[in-house]
Design a protein around this ligand. Structure first.
Ligand code: KG4
Ligand code: ZN
Length: 387
């Protein structure tokens, strides 16, 4: 089956074409299935939003509308489907697509609508079914995509129950997966998401957008110089027995410390007036905030894995591109839960992409191939435990 998948929930316009085949099929016990990525295009709006230090929904929507036809053409061309005219109706070589997948939530509503409307239009012109996809479920399933573009999975049931931690710019959720489509949200952030905390702290420190990669790079410099930091930040809610998170206070703690330090904004890296001292201070602050976020995520995810006797821990979302986080999760799970399997996506499938959307749609399609979705709507607050 060939799936064309569309993702526009935030600031990346992404389209992927996947070829998936199954014997037995994941829905029936996952005997054997193979996935090949024919194309996977992600057009990032980072430069546009960098000016504002965050994503502006109305601006992002306009960009998606502009980018979607361009990204679509590139995806078709890369998949070897040739070029078509602008009405999408006369193809030089008609693509053998069987299904269209589109993210319908959660995400920024105006952005979600651009992808949904594009998908509906295509589905009508090409006479194809559409399957809506939950963005959070897609982040979890991104673990089963490999960039050698060939993946074979046997018996996924050995991984269940799984404790899944999805950490992105918009979400921080701990989820218990009991089967495909069977999810329970154990806990989530009460205010800012972990990625949002990275982004806001980067803005305070003048490091640009998106903040995660910038903070990780600055923190790595501190480790290289082996500098011992005096900066100590709180680990919000880490000692509490629930599975919830809170990151807004961490950002505020950074702001107060930064304002109290003698480093003025003019001396900070944003202005270009970098002094040796300010650079070291910034690097130390980045290392500490990164470690505070990792400590909290790790503690709560491991607690959930132990409490629910998970057979696997599965990470997903943009923040899992963080090298230090990946390393520390791997080491800790190997040490404390040696029988638990640990999954983290390849970094390019950690951040938003449409390949993961296509895979999630495939699983949902297999569960009920005859199901029709006539009225797909954008659902900004769509929950993984509800459809
Ligand atoms: O999943 P994603 O691409 O989009 C959303 O669904 O939100 O996640 C984007 C988030 C941003 O907040 C970004 O700063 C963060 O992922 N991120 C990182 C890293 N790369 C991206 N955070 C920490 N370390 C990274 N290396
Ligand atoms: Zn995402």
């Amino acid at each position: 089956m060939i799936i064309l998948a569309i993702e526009t929930s935030c600031d990346d316009t992404a389209i992927a074409i996947l070829e998936i085949s199954a014997q037995g099929g994941p829905a029936s016990g996952g005997k054997n299935w193979k996935l090949e990525i024919l194309s996977n295009i992600v057009s990032s709006q980072v430069k546009l939003h960098a000016k504002y230090g965050g994503v502006f929904p109305s601006l992002a929507k306009r960009e998606h509308q502009k980018n979607l036809p361009i990204v679509f053409k590139r995806a078709l061309k890369e998949a070897g489907f040739g070029i078509f005219n602008d009405q999408f109706s006369i193809f030089k070589k008609k693509p053998k697509i069987d299904l269209i997948a589109v993210t319908n939530g959660p995400g920024l509503e105006p952005c979600l609508w651009t992808g949904i409307n594009f998908a509906k239009d295509l589905a009508k012109k090409m006479n194809l079914p559409i399957v809506p996809t939950n963005h959070i479920e897609a982040h979890i399933l991104a673990n089963f995509i490999r960039s050698n573009y060939k993946l074979q999975i046997t018996n996924y049931k050995n991984l269940l129950p799984a404790v899944c931690l999805v950490v992105s710019g918009g979400h921080t959720q701990l989820i218990l997966a009991k089967g495909l489509g069977k999810y329970q949200i154990l806990g989530e952030t009460r205010d800012d998401a972990a990625g949002e905390c990275f982004d806001k702290v980067a803005r305070i420190l003048g490091l640009g957008y998106p903040g995660g990669p910038a903070i990780a790079a600055a923190a790595a410099k501190l480790q290289i110089t082996n500098h011992k930091s005096q900066i100590k930040l709180p680990r919000p809610m880490m000692a509490q027995k629930n599975y919830d998170f809170s990151f807004s206070g961490l950002k505020t703690a950074v702001l107060y410390k930064y304002q109290k330090s003698n480093i003025s904004a003019q001396g900070g890296p944003a202005s270009g007036g970098k002094t040796q001292k300010s650079k070291e201070y910034i690097n130390a602050m980045c290392a500490e905030v990164q470690q505070a976020i990792i400590d909290v995520l790790l503690k709560k995810a491991l607690k959930a894995a132990k409490d629910f006797k998970a057979k696997s821990v599965i990470l997903g979302g943009g923040v899992t591109a963080n090298e230090e986080l990946r390393k520390q999760f791997k080491e800790k799970i190997e040490k404390e839960l040696p029988n638990v399997k640990f999954f983290v996506p390849e970094t390019k499938f950690s951040t938003d992409n449409a390949a993961m959307v296509g895979l999630a749609a495939y699983f949902n399609y297999l569960k009920n191939p005859k199901k029709k979705y006539p009225d797909i709507e954008a659902k900004a607050n769509l929950r993984i435990d509800k459809s």
